[in-house]
Design a protein around this ligand. Sequence first.
Ligand SMILES: O=C(O)CCC(=O)C(=O)O
Length: 385
Amino acid sequence: MALKRDISGRAEKSEDQKLQYYKAGRNKALNLGNRGPIKFNPDGSLAKQILDAYSEFGFYVFENVIQTRELKDLENGVASILKRLPVSEDSTFDNNGNPAIGTNCKAPTLFWSKPLGDPFGGTKLANGRHPVKMNEPQPSKNSPEKIVYLILGTLQFSDEFLRTYAHPELLKVAEQINGEDFVPFTDALFIKEPGMGASVAWHRDGTTHWDSPNFDERTHGFNFMIQLYGCTEENGVWVVPGTHKKRYVDIAKMVSDAGSERVEDAVPMICNPGDVVISNRQVVHGSFSNTSSDWRITINQGFHRRKSVLGVKGGGLHGEPAVYDAERIIERSKIIKLAIEARKQRFPEEKAFEYKPLSTSTEEFTWDAAAKRSLHDYNLLDLSI
Ligand SMILES: O=C(O)CCC(=O)C(=O)O
């Protein structure tokens, strides 16, 4: 009996500490000064305050970027993807008996986890870049054995996602951060279902350039993280601000110094529906399993500087390992033009973004059924650094 009391007392203390950590992190996040609408100067450059804050913290919350109509489209896109997932990890059919998405792809596409699990933490997967396993709470008894919590190569599965990939303001930001010749990286969907969504253990994303003499704070690119329902301290991504500038960090030590997965100095991304975070891939980040009652759906779109990938041997984490030459880069970049064409059909009144590396191309880009078919396995060409 005494032992039982002792253990439940500790559990309460730990729950208390977690809530305090969440509250302090949220307050700190909301006061960092790295949130607001996308703002450009009259000459088209990104507002200095945004550039400065992005540089200081490694992430910036662009508020209210995706408007209601487009958000609704994205919600439909997500619902359609979820409906077409295989019923189990070893099935190739969805709930309606139709061929499921992702199961005939060569590229890595569907990532499974036990509910509230942490499939990468403390393993050698993904170059061992997630050194410490997160806490894995017990899911409720009626949970499925495994869930899909992450999907790559998403633009082939959703016209809605493809259209948002050509959001003109976001592409203008990409151009400002990575230069006119910016290139794609990869595209992902993180599904954090309440009571099920898996953890993503603390990590940094880059794999190739940490020792490079040319390393700088933008070397490994960034992700746009589009928030369908917003995100909170309980279900959102947490970031250790400033770590994107460091060549070396010891994540295992950060966790052991904290005495738990709640690493010091971290802050959560706090967003409303339609907000988009730009997050430096070099920043230490991670997310806890979603024990909250709120969904988090994040649509990631990653971009690189061309000079970070040209002539570089890619790590093979996303696409196939290869030395990325100009031909491969331009081939992978063509999806930006297709996305722009797809977007024009839905938002004809909008001023479309002009993607400079392909603006003089003689190739015709048309968004139609054949173009859609051509996207199958497009992410085999991901520029994975
Ligand atoms: O959305 C998440 O929970 C994790 C995101 C992440 O780790 C990434 O984009 O690299």
